[in-house]
Design a protein around this ligand. Structure first.
Ligand SMILES: NC(=O)c1ccc[n+]([C@@H]2O[C@H](COP(=O)([O-])OP(=O)(O)OC[C@H]3O[C@@H](n4cnc5c(N)ncnc54)[C@H](O)[C@@H]3O)[C@@H](O)[C@H]2O)c1
Length: 265
């Protein structure tokens, strides 16, 4: 679908992740078959030489939209894109759990939504294991305590992050509740749940560790024939300490896969 002609890309949100994707699209090693047509971001520091438009116009102009927004803004973009039957790559996967109307309007459209692996690894194994039946799916995410500042769960439970002086589990629950409590921190849990056995059945542990230098995610997935454990450690993105450089590169890798003759999935 994306290899016959030049596919016009619109990026919604050019903060840490959107800018990294725009740089990859406009740099020397740009992505064959794709061209950056426009962006949408009222606070863009760099427009990458293309028009900065509202969502409605961006959607009209683009063949494929890349979402790199705060989760709360995602429903407005998704609704506009799916009404026009346009395809969307979502990096804010937690938004799909937080705002069920996104998946409902996707199902009512002819659009395809893509979820890149983001800051996680091992989703290839999860999707293959899903075919044989997953019995258990657990993710444990560890970050420095202040990485959770401002999260609704921290505020609602009056947790003093500055008082945490040893590795502490601050949340245990399912991926759905984790997304509500930590919408900017647990996109990985949302993605794992959507790839595997769903948000109600995917178990999440969130750890605050003053000794952690970056963000670590460990997943354990069990089926009758395979048990998978993966761990990835990501240093904070200098452009946004709540993100990781890997998340942006997972979008770039997805685009390259969509244009390659040899597809690694
Ligand atoms: N899937 C994953 O593993 C993963 C990993 C890291 C981050 N994320 C998510 O990716 C998203 C983007 O992260 P980031 O680090 O680039 O964030 P960021 O804060 O650096 O960038 C967000 C950008 O969106 C722009 N924006 C805000 N409101 C807008 C609006 N109404 N219209 C257009 N643009 C608007 C802001 O100006 C900003 O430039 C976040 O939701 C984050 O939680 C996902």
């Amino acid at each position: 679908m994306y290899d016959d002609s030049l596919t016009k890309i619109g990026i919604a949100g050019v903060g840490a992740i959107g800018s990294a994707v725009a740089r990859a699209m406009t740099g020397e090693n740009s992505i064959e078959g794709f061209t950056l047509d426009c962006i949408s971001d009222p606070d863009a520091k760099n427009t990458f030489g293309v028009d900065n438009l509202d969502f409605e116009t961006l959607v009209k102009r683009s063949d494929l939209i890349i979402e790199c927004l705060p989760a709360s803004i995602v429903p407005a973009l998704a609704e506009t894109a799916f009404r026009a039957n346009k395809d969307v790559i979502f990096i804010s996967s937690a938004a799909l759990l937080l705002y069920p109307q996104i998946v409902a309007s996707l199902m009512d459209s002819d659009s395809t939504a893509y979820l890149p692996s983001g800051a996680l690894c091992g989703l290839d194994g999860v999707t293959a294991m899903k075919e044989m039946g997953i019995r258990e799916s657990i993710i444990a995410s560890t970050k420095p305590p202040m990485g959770f500042s401002g999260a609704p769960y921290i505020i609602a439970n009056d947790i003093d992050l500055s008082a945490i002086n040893e590795k502490t589990c601050i949340f245990r629950g399912n991926a759905y509740d984790a997304s509500k409590g930590f919408p900017a921190n647990v996109n990985v849990a949302a993605t794992l749940s959507l790839a595997g056995i769903g948000p109600e059945n995917t178990q999440v542990e969130i750890w605050a560790d003053p000794a952690a230098k970056g963000n670590a995610h460990e997943i354990t997935v069990k089926s009758d024939y395979s048990t998978m454990t993966t761990r990835i450690e990501n240093m904070p993105d200098p452009a946004n300490p709540k993100s990781s450089v890997l998340a942006a590169q997972s979008i770039v890798a997805l685009l390259r896969n969509m244009s390659n003759a040899l597809v690694i999935a």
